[in-house]
Design a protein around this ligand. Structure first.
Ligand code: FES
Length: 308
């Protein structure tokens, strides 16, 4: 048997050549962080090899990718990817008690588990156009009343179509489709988006009658990979999605302004649902802030049954 000496734990743990350092830690109940569940998708399991780095197997492709990105020196290794051929001494680098709790380390198990899950979902962003000018002449209580009425209608549509509202941002919202049931996530998001536009049309006469003005909304949908995990303070955790795809969906929504449209979807979303789309009103090429190159976005105006 080989041995790993852990700092700051000051413990010696036995490990076989077929086990990773993380597996050895968890088997010995060492509280070793492993936020992605041992998949080389985070860096919380990193260790500093103090002695015996030459006994560590070379980095595999997954570890190398992450190490290059985070500019790790050769002595910093991902415990979940590293096996050893002789004794080593190391220091765990995520040590803070809070980190330990937040990354579920205290739930010490022999098998690594993740604090999130990578999955493909449809992300919908909706924003009220010109809400500032709508709201500026109204008392704050009326603004809250109108927003609550609007969000109430939107949430009904979203839930009816199998999604849920992940977040409210001022007069905007973000909804996810496909977290519980991945079937037809993109189609459900588009159906919800179209029904949201209809719901706003039904709301407008009421707003006109009461406040002599109303508003429109802009919607953006993107279908892509995110990490869905629980975020928040210990007693206030909620499930949310993190990743590039979320930022992309938000930018698609914002692109409605420059394109003069109300509902844009990404090419990835379009590819998921094109057999159902009978009318693409407009196909626009846009540059998006923070992204290089041009992106093709589609304006959707309706859905139909697929051809048999
Ligand atoms: S990289 Fe995430 S647990 Fe090792």
């Amino acid at each position: 048997m080989l041995c790993i000496y852990y700092l700051p734990d000051e413990r010696e743990v036995e490990v076989s050549e077929a086990e990773t350092i993380l597996q050895a830690s968890l088997k010995a109940s060492i509280p070793h962080a492993h936020a992605c569940g041992g998949n080389a998708r985070c860096s919380t399991c990193r260790v500093l090899i103090l002695e015996g780095v030459e006994h560590c197997a070379p980095r595999n492709t997954k570890e190398k990718e992450l190490a290059d990105r985070l500019r790790f020196c050769p002595e910093i290794r991902l415990a979940c990817q590293t096996m050893i051929s002789s004794n080593v001494k190391l220091r765990r680098l995520v040590l803070d008690d809070e980190d330990v709790e937040l990354t579920s380390q205290l739930r010490v198990e022999a098998t690594p588990t993740s604090v999130g899950e990578e999955m493909h979902v449809a992300i919908l962003f909706a924003d009220i156009r010109g809400f500032t000018s709508f709201a500026e002449a109204l008392p704050p209580y009326d603004v809250i009343y109108v927003l609550n009425r609007y969000f109430h209608h939107m949430s009904q549509v979203i839930y009816r179509n199998g999604g849920y509202i992940d977040n409210y941002m001022g007069d905007g919202l973000m909804a996810l489709f496909g977290v519980e049931d991945p079937t037809g996530a993109a189609l459900k998001a588009i159906k919800a988006g179209l029904e949201m536009l209809e719901a706003v049309e039904r709301l407008r006469p009421y707003l006109e009658a009461v406040y002599t003005k109303s508003f429109q909304i802009g919607i953006g949908v993107h279908y892509g990979e995110v990490v869905v995990g629980t975020i928040g303070a210990i007693n206030m955790k909620k499930v949310t999605a993190i990743g590039d795809a979320v930022n992309f969906a938000s930018r698609i929504e914002a692109a409605n302004k420059q394109s003069g449209t109300r509902f844009l979807i990404s090419e990835e979303t379009y590819n998921q649902v094109k057999e159902y789309i009978h009318a693409v009103q407009k196909c626009v090429s846009v540059t998006l802030p923070g992204k290089s190159g041009e992106y093709t976005l589609y304006e959707v105006s309706g859905l139909s049954e697929p051809n048999p």
